[in-house]
Design a protein around this ligand. Sequence first.
Ligand code: F6R
Length: 352
Amino acid sequence: MTPLDDPAALARLDPHNARRVLAEFPAQCRHACTLTSVPPLRAPRPRAVVVAGMGGSAAGGDLLSVYAAESVDVPILVHRGYGLPALAGPHSLVIAASYSGETAEVLSAFDVAVARNVPVVAVTAGGALAERAEATGRPRVTLPGGLMPRMALGYLFFPALPLLAGCGIDVAPDGEVEETLTTLETLAGELVPERPAAQNEAKRLALAIADRLPAIYGGPATGTVAYRWKTDVEENAKTFALAGALPEMNHNEIEAWRSSGAKDMHVVLLRDRGERPEIARRFRVLHDLIGPAAGGVSEVWGRGEGRLARLVSLTYLGQWTSYYLAVLRERDPWSVPLLDEVKRRLRPPTSP
Ligand code: F6R
C-alpha cells in the first residue's frame, strides 16, 4: 500500500496536521468572504491597484490580478519587493498583504504608501503590519492566525473582492464566488487523504511524478497557477520544480527539453476549458514535442463552470499534490526551516 493511503504513515510524516488545514480550505475561503476592513476602506475608485506581498501572501494578489485582467478595466499589479513602484500614487490603492505581518518588504511598502499618501489597506493576521495600520489609522482586514501563510491562500485572496467592490471595482460576480466555494467543497471530498489513491487525482499525480522534477506549464491564465504549484512543491515537498507559461515558453524554454536531464522530469500541463483554441493547439504540439523526451506527462484541468472556480480549484489541486509529494519524499509539509532562518538572520536587532 502506498503511504498516501496509510493513516499511520500520514500521521508520522505530517506531524503538524497540514492535511487538516488543506481539508478545511473550502471553509477558510467561505469565512474569508465575510471579512471586512476596520475601519472601512473609504477610497475613490483607484486608477491602479498594487498588491504588495511576498511568497504565499503574494499568491492571493496573483490570483486577483490574473482573474481581474479579464473582468475589470483597472490594472492590478503584484509588487514583490521593498518600497512601491512609481505608479503607486494618491490615485492608486495599495493592498499590503502579509499573513504574519512581519515581512520586511511589505512593511516597507506600507511605509512608502503612508509617506506618499496612497490609500492603503493592510491584510494580515497581526504583527508589525497590524501595529502600523493601527498607529496610522489605516484600514486593516484581520485574518485568523495559526496557519502557514501559503496555506492561508483563501484569507489572502477573497477579502480583496469586497474591498475592491467598496471602491467601485467589481472583480467577480457573487454567483461566481459562490460557485467557486461549492466547487472547492466538492473537490475537497475527492482529494482528502481518506480518498484512496485509485480515486484521488492529487495522490495519483504525486505518485506519477514520484522522484522526478515537476515541470509545470500553464496557459495565459493558468501560468500564474503553475507558478503557485512550483512554490507549493518547493515549500511543502522541499524539492525543485519548474514553472512556465504558454505561449512564452514555446519561444525559449522548449529548447531545454533537448537536454539529457529531460528524462528525470515530469511535465504537468495545467489546462483550462476557457483557453483559446490557439492555446489548446499549442498544448497539443508541446505534448507531442517534449512528451517523448520527458519522464512522464500529466494533464490536469480546473473544475467548475466559472473562470474563478477553475483557477482556484486548479490551485487547490496543486496544494494537495505538493502535500502528497512531501509525504512520498518523507518531508514535513508544514515547516520551512531555511525560509525561517533567512528571516531570522535579516531581522533588525532589537534595541536593548
Ligand atoms: C510560508 C510561506 C512564505 C511566506 C513569505 C512571506 O508558509 O508561504 O512564502 O508567505 O515568507 O511571509 P508572510 O506571508 O507572512 O508575509
